[in-house]
Design a protein around this ligand. Structure first.
Ligand code: LMR
Length: 333
């Protein structure tokens, strides 16, 4: 355990003791995330804080730590398991290292045509089944929050699969995403979100993928000349909480927090599309990144190159999970 983990765990333990010692002390929820405040996830986390604090009449205090301030990718899962933070909202692409690889089904290219198809899956047996798998890891899944559909970026025009050949592309820690980049002939590089801007700036990587809201708020337009509107995959989040902490809450508080989470989820999913549309427009206005709209022919070449990733990852995401998601979305491999 490194020093930061030890210190955070100690602080949480002291807070827990003092909160039982004095009825006046609020229950503190540290909610850590890696994106900017001005994003669908950043705004929804702040909205959850507002609702939780108001509705619990101050018995709960939610401390939101955005922008990898407290923990970054590669640290935050361990931090929530140890109780150094209570709540996180990692992207669905980041659960493989925790040992729940089935979450990577959401990373499969072109699986979802729109948010409605996605919601059928998260609100159905697959969504519930994935949360069930988290329990043995000491984690409770509370909600799925949308971000949006990903675009690709690089410093050269990327319209056809051949344009990606040899490019070093930053990805999240998902094997499915690694296979996606390999299918395009590029070289995937797993990297924490907090390091992407600098890696693009210094040429450690050549390009990346993310929804426009993350692209714009990380100022990637300063270091990427082209953005292709590929919409080749979905990016969203699971809001998770330390199980011991959650189960140990007074029942009335837990009910209040469940209500606040339900409303924050609606808020997150209601704003996601517009946040991404606005971010894309903001990128366009900077004039720094050229936005490439793909022709029908280019789109279909990209799709043809990328759908092979489904079959390659059938055993990774689970044959049954995959079949269930195909049934909900109508995707034909
Ligand atoms: C990433 O590229 O790491 C993003 O998914 C970060 C996030 O949480 O949206």
């Amino acid at each position: 355990m490194n020093f930061r983990f030890a210190l955070a765990a100690l602080t949480s333990a002291i807070l827990a003791v003092t909160s039982t010692a004095s009825a006046q002390q609020p229950i503190v929820i540290k909610f850590s995330h890696v994106v900017a405040v001005d994003t669908p996830k950043g705004k929804a986390a702040d909205y959850f804080k507002k609702l939780a604090e108001e509705r619990s009449k101050g018995r709960v205090k939610v401390e939101v730590y955005p922008n990898s301030q407290l923990f970054k990718d590669g640290e935050e899962m361990e931090a929530v398991q140890l109780g150094s933070v209570q709540m996180l909202a990692p992207s669905l692409a980041k659960f493989g290292p925790l040992g729940v690889r089935e979450f990577e089904v959401f990373d499969l290219p072109y699986m979802f045509d729109d948010y409605a198809e996605l919601h059928k899956v998260t609100a159905g047996p697959v969504g519930a089944g994935l949360f069930k798998k988290l329990e043995s890891k000491g984690i409770v899944g509370l909600a799925y929050w949308d971000n949006g559909f990903k675009v690709m970026s690089a410093n050269k025009p990327i319209r056809m699969p051949a344009d990606y050949k040899g490019l070093k592309m930053r990805i999240q820690s998902s094997k499915v995403l690694g296979d996606e980049m390999k299918a395009l002939g590029s070289i995937p590089q797993v990297m924490a979100f907090s390091e992407v801007y600098q890696a693009l700036q210094t040429g450690v990587v050549d390009g990346t993928e993310n929804p426009p809201s993350n692209f714009y708020t990380q100022k990637m337009q300063e270091v990427q000349k082209y953005l292709a509107l590929t919409n080749h995959g979905y990016l969203g989040y699971a809001v998770i909480v330390n199980k011991k902490f959650w189960d140990g809450l007074p029942a009335d508080i837990r009910t209040t927090l469940e209500g606040a989470m339900k409303d924050a989820t609606k808020f997150a999913n209601d704003i996601a599309q517009k946040e991404n549309d606005d971010a894309l427009e903001a990128v366009r206005k900077t004039g720094k990144t050229e936005i490439l709209t793909l022709t029908a022919e280019q789109k279909s070449a990209m799709k043809k190159a990328l759908v092979v990733v489904h079959k390659e990852n059938e055993s990774r995401v689970g044959k049954d999970t995959l079949a269930e998601v195909y049934k909900e979305t109508g995707f034909k491999p």
